[in-house]
Design a protein around this ligand. Structure first.
Ligand SMILES: Nc1ncnc2c1ncn2[C@@H]1O[C@H](COP(=O)(O)OP(=O)(O)OP(=O)(O)O)[C@@H](O)[C@H]1O
Ligand SMILES: [Mg+2]
Length: 393
């Protein structure tokens, strides 16, 4: 195969700002005009490798050959045209500077060319602008590419961060289950055995002193068992085994008792069947929202709504407190709400916050279609060995 015909321009003029040699495709049927263009490139101080082509087939072949820096194209070519070349370039998906050159380009054509993505247009009788126009187009394209590359890298990095955060949420949840199990099996088992032994001693002793000691020890063991149950429940809400509705009821009544803030709860008539992972995400969302209300809202009333409409599960928690601003959500050391966004993402859902003078509303939405709810690695919530039975004699 014949090597492609190259023309190199070397200039005695000062450098242009782009230090490297540019690789240019020149779509031009007239050898004379090509020579003229080379002369202008050299005079403008541009170091370039220029390949002349003059047909559609050559143009398409050359595009595949290498990465070009720019295309200079004549407007009129026999059986081909600069605008068609521009369309072909766009169709190929390449982002290359394209400078249109013509003997008699009209304003309408020039506007059309620019609208179609040409970088610039020049008249053949005024090629002194060729080098500045090329340099400007090459620099603009390189800046755009760099920006797009940076945007892509930023998006990829954000995606990796999101995946890591979601993975951590899942790991935390699994670790909590494991710790709850250990407390149940080790601590719970030992405390229950101790309680049985103490009860045995109480039944078989006649000494008042021993009985007083044993009863006091039984009280201590019962308190220890209650504490273990409470810790276990915080680690892994066993109440979820009775369904999300029951768990939300329990959360709301505990919140009311602890804070004295009135908490109204509205639930669907029929408990929706929820995919794995969704009840826990909803429970943790309500838990964090109620904790935030306790800590920050200064509210006197809270409403908790669970509903299912159009295949989307919604959990809405609103308060009539002081409301929150953009600054609140940007706090460097606050992770509760950020964590909720990531948690919701693990089941294909999202969290929205709105706030005003009337208070704050947080809404978790989870589409329950087969595609919507992508379960997190299942965190088992059912445990045949019900820890709430510990210590019963
Ligand atoms: N219901 C609310 N009413 C008023 N302000 C709120 C409410 N919920 C959150 N905020 C504000 O938004 C901020 C961020 O909340 P977020 O739950 O992310 O973090 P945090 O509660 O401060 O800390 P943590 O990481 O322990 O959750 C809070 O510090 C608070 O200023
Ligand atoms: Mg919080």
């Amino acid at each position: 195969m014949q090597p492609p015909p190259w023309n190199a321009t070397r200039s005695a003029y000062p450098p242009t700002g782009i230090e490297r040699e540019l690789w240019l495709l020149h779509l031009e049927d007239s050898e004379l005009d090509h020579e003229l263009t080379l002369a202008h490139l050299a005079r403008g101080g541009l170091r370039a490798r220029v390949r002349r082509i003059d047909s559609e087939a050559e143009f398409l072949g050359a595009l595949d050959e290498r990465d070009w820096d720019a295309i200079i194209s004549d407007y009129n070519l026999p059986g081909f045209s600069g605008l068609v070349a521009l369309d072909l370039l766009k169709a190929s998906g390449r982002d290359l500077p394209f400078v249109l050159v013509s003997g008699e380009i009209g304003e309408d054509t020039a506007v059309e060319a620019m609208r179609n993505g040409a970088s610039d247009y020049l008249l053949k009788n005024n090629l002194s602008r060729l080098v500045p126009a090329l340099l400007h187009a090459v620099e603009a394209t390189e800046m755009r590419r760099a920006r797009e590359r940076a945007d892509r890298e930023l998006d990829a990095s954000k995606q990796r961060l999101r995946e890591l955060a979601q993975h951590l949420q899942n790991s935390i949840e699994q670790e909590r289950v494991a710790i709850a199990r250990e407390i149940h099996d080790d601590v719970g088992g030992s405390l229950t055995a101790l309680k049985f032994d103490l009860a045995w001693i109480a039944r078989h002793s006649d000494s008042e002193v021993v009985l007083a000691r044993v009863n006091s020890a039984l009280e201590t063991v019962t308190l220890a068992i209650d504490s273990s149950k409470r810790i276990m429940h915080n680690l892994r809400p066993a109440i979820l085994e009775q369904g999300l509705a029951a768990a939300l009821h329990w959360l709301a009544s505990r919140f009311e008792k602890r804070t004295g803030i009135e908490c109204e709860i509205r639930l669907p008539r029929e408990a929706p069947a929820l995919p794995t992972g969704v009840p826990l995400v909803a429970y943790r969302t309500a838990q964090e929202a109620l904790t935030n209300i306790t800590k920050h809202a200064q509210a006197s009333r809270v409403q908790l709504d669970l509903s299912l409409a159009g295949g989307v599960l919604s959990l809405e928690i609103s308060d009539n407190g002081r409301g929150l601003g953009a600054d609140d959500l940007a706090k460097a050391r606050s992770f509760g709400i950020r964590g909720l966004h990531e948690r919701a993402g693990t089941v294909g859902g999202w969290v929205e916050l709105s706030s005003g003078a009337g208070g704050t509303t947080m809404i978790l939405s989870v589409p329950l279609s087969p595609l919507g709810a992508v379960g997190i690695p299942s965190v088992p919530v059912h445990d045949a060995d019900d820890p709430s039975q510990w210590g019963s004699l």
